[in-house]
Design a binder for this molecule. Sequence first.
Ligand code: HEC
Length: 148
Amino acid sequence: MSRVLFLATLAIAAAGVRWEITPPPPAAIRAPRNPPAATAIERGHQVYRRYGCVMCHGADGKGGIANPNAETDGRVPGVTFVAEGYTRGELRRKILDGYPTVGKKDPNGPRPPFRMPGWAGQMTDAEVADLVEYLWSLYPKSETQKWR
Ligand code: HEC
């Protein structure tokens, strides 16, 4: 009798072991326990949206809303070509300092309503760094081949 009990226990134990080493279903393998760390560009894109750059410079930085009488064609300029005109350090400074005044297209015309705000004291160093990487990434790939 005790031998039967012993064997039964053994069988249950063995089944238990098999149960434990049964691989999890594929869905559980695929779902990452923590989301993968975002790249600098992805984080920068979040910063771009969070601080409202998107309101003036558009969803993909392609340019912006009307800014009547601004020398930049009467609109807020796009930011897709900044990799051409700035170094990363200069871009960082521009973001922190902003532009105190926007040039007028017609000197006798009205002041353009929108100017570029400065973000010093509001963004962390890491946010600015990620933002710069994001703006850099907007540069069209076809252009990159021409000059790099
Ligand atoms: C209230 C509207 C407004 C918001 C919000 C804004 N900008 Fe601007 N930005 C401007 C204007 C206007 C200019 C043009 C300044 C000039 O040329 O006088 C400009 C210029 C720039 C430039 C220089 C573009 C060039 O071709 O030289 C960069 C880079 C830029 N903004 C980045 C940003 C980023 C990044 C944010 C968000 C953190 C942001 N801007 C938020 C209005 C805005």
